[in-house]
Design a protein around this ligand. Structure first.
Ligand SMILES: C[S@@+](CC[C@H](N)C(=O)[O-])C[C@H]1O[C@@H](n2cnc3c(N)ncnc32)[C@H](O)[C@@H]1O
Length: 180
């Protein structure tokens, strides 16, 4: 599977707690390897990591104090950067090119909160809109990852962990795994 990491910019601890947590949960559930959080909000990191521990897989969250340095390092290492913004090129026009590149190089997907600094638009290899209408970073990330992975991410196995859902047409079935 491709290596995709999400960079969450502009998180305001007092306002964005729930949305940033959802960015992390969507990143994990839709096939990303990890999330870099450009804010020293350890509570968000711990909350998402707690879910990851219970539900399995290797997803990680890292606090990234200097996101500019992180993006430059990512690019120096040969990684590509895709910034999700309603002002960008519409997803259907660019997804094939991005998918092709992401099979060769790791991909950093940047999502903002409020206003994203102008330099992000320049640093990005692609500025991509999930439709050119304003909506949400959570929705944009979910749709982008689903198009990138072509739906395969929904079959991803999350090894380890304590809980696993046994899909059922009605009711809730959850397997509690033996943990050593
Ligand atoms: C509350 S929105 C702010 C909208 C912002 N003015 C923009 O540049 O998209 C927060 C984040 O949601 C994401 N977002 C919102 N609408 C989007 C869209 N249509 N396509 C891609 N990303 C979008 C972007 O990552 C944005 O930084």
């Amino acid at each position: 599977m491709m290596e995709v990491v999400v960079l969450r910019l502009g998180h305001r601890p007092e306002r964005d707690k729930r949305v940033t947590t959802h960015v992390g949960l969507v990143a994990r559930a839709f096939g990303a390897s990890g999330m870099l959080l450009a804010s020293k909000d350890v509570k968000i990191k711990n909350g998402v990591m707690e879910v990851a521990k219970r539900w399995g897989g290797n997803f990680y969250v890292e606090i990234c104090e200097n996101w500019r340095a992180e993006v430059r390092k990512w690019k120096t290492e040969g990684g590509k950067v895709c910034h999700l913004t309603m002002y960008g090129m519409n997803l259907p026009e660019v997804i094939e090119e991005i998918r092709k590149e992401a099979k060769r190089s790791k991909l950093l997907v940047v999502v903002g909160a409020e206003k994203v600094p102008a330099e992000v638009y320049k640093l990005a290899d692609w500025n991509v809109a999930v439709g050119n209408q304003p909506h949400s970073e959570v929705a944009a990330l979910a749709v982008f990852l689903d198009w990138l992975f072509g739906g395969d991410e929904l079959h991803k196995k999350f090894e380890g962990g304590e809980l696993e859902i046994l899909p059922s047409a009605r009711g809730k079935k959850v397997l509690k795994k033996a943990v050593d």
